[in-house]
Write a protein that binds this ligand. Structure first.
Ligand code: NAD
Length: 302
């Protein structure tokens, strides 16, 4: 592969699993010395071994991005090991299992903000001293949830919205040092093949079809964009957010099986029956003729 990052060094937070692992892999295969910072020691060590067995220069360092002392120590360790830091990918993040705002606890709010927003702030703060004299790139992995929402996702959406603002603030502050700062906002990315252990994707044809690009996203899609934006080819791009979502945010309506089920429940006023109808429709895909027979019998002459 074309080695755009030969003699460069990067840090990928949350690089043990999911999108971060794909980013770490992509940058390492393009010649970058890659440090994975992650709270998950088990996954991090497995990933480090796996990449080493492919001849990639990768180290794993355990750190919680929301804890300043851990971040500062980990970044110093990367510098001691590799002698430079050129690229920081603020990818570590946690989701929020949706519940109405009245039931959200302040601790839940704080944890999401701490990891998803304070984490990138701390990592950027501690990496700057190593980038100041040679330039660098910081890429924040935000989300399309920074721009649009489903119900009951306040902590996550707010953390990612804050990350977009942090991105342009840093881009302006750090421009004099030739440090570019960017955000990438992915849409729906299926990370099963980058988990430890790998999982089978659980995606339906409808999941894929509702994307204008025809499929759900893959971690490799995000990694390819990161590699371009982190490279010198993107030297005139800074301060902006780039959406990568297969066209979903510019589409007027999201449709998924839950919405269909909700619509049926609204129509007939019975959640249990709506759920049964949804299961029935899903099964109908397998044996259409049998289902037609059942419906003909049930409907009679009506
Ligand atoms: P994931 O859960 O598969 O991986 C997240 C990684 O971050 C894990 O390795 C985890 O151990 C690590 N991590 C979590 N908390 C940490 C902490 N406090 N300190 C250090 N490491 C920590 O998640 P993912 O789906 O790959 O998401 C990666 C990033 O992309 C997140 O910021 C997420 O918000 C964003 N994102 C994901 C999607 C998606 O559909 N998967 C969409 C938009 C944005």
């Amino acid at each position: 592969m074309y080695e755009r990052f030969r003699d460069k060094t990067c840090i990928v937070t949350g690089g043990a699993r999911g999108i971060g692992a794909a980013i770490a892999y992509r940058l390492a295969t393009e010649g970058c010395k890659t440090a994975i910072l992650d709270i998950d020691e088990y996954a991090g060590k497995i990933r480090e071994k796996e990449f080493a067995s492919m001849g990639l220069k990768t180290i794993f360092i355990k750190a919680d991005v929301s804890v300043e002392e851990e971040v500062s120590r980990a970044i110093d360790d990367v510098y001691k090991t590799f002698g430079s830091i050129d690229v920081l990918i603020n990818n570590a993040g946690i989701g929020f299992s949706g519940k109405p705002i009245e039931l959200q606890s302040i601790d839940e709010w704080r944890r999401v903000i701490d990891v998803n927003l304070t984490g990138p702030y701390l990592c950027s703060k501690h990496v700057v001293k190593y980038m100041k004299n040679r330039g660098g790139v910081i890429i924040n992995i935000a989300s399309t949830r920074a721009l649009q929402s489903e119900p009951n996702t306040e902590p996550y959406s707010a953390s990612k919205g804050g990350l977009l603002a942090l991105t342009h603030a840093l881009a302006i502050s750090l421009a004099p040092y030739k440090i570019r700062v960017l955000a990438i906002s992915p849409g729906w990315i299926d990370t099963s093949s980058w988990q430890i252990p790998k999982r089978e994707p659980k995606l339906s044809p409808l999941d894929h079809r509702q994307h204008p690009a025809g499929r759900v996203g893959r971690p490799e899609d995000v990694a390819a964009l990161v590699a371009f934006l982190a490279s010198d080819e993107a030297e005139w791009i800074t301060g902006v957010n780039i959406v990568i979502d297969g066209g979903m945010t510019v589409k007027m309506i999201y449709i998924d099986e839950n919405i269909i089920e909700d619509s049926i429940a609204t129509l007939i006023g019975d959640r249990e029956l709506a759920s049964m109808i949804r299961t029935f429709i899903e099964n109908a895909k397998e044996d259409k003729e049998k289902v037609k027979e059942i419906l003909k019998k049930a409907l009679g002459n009506r």
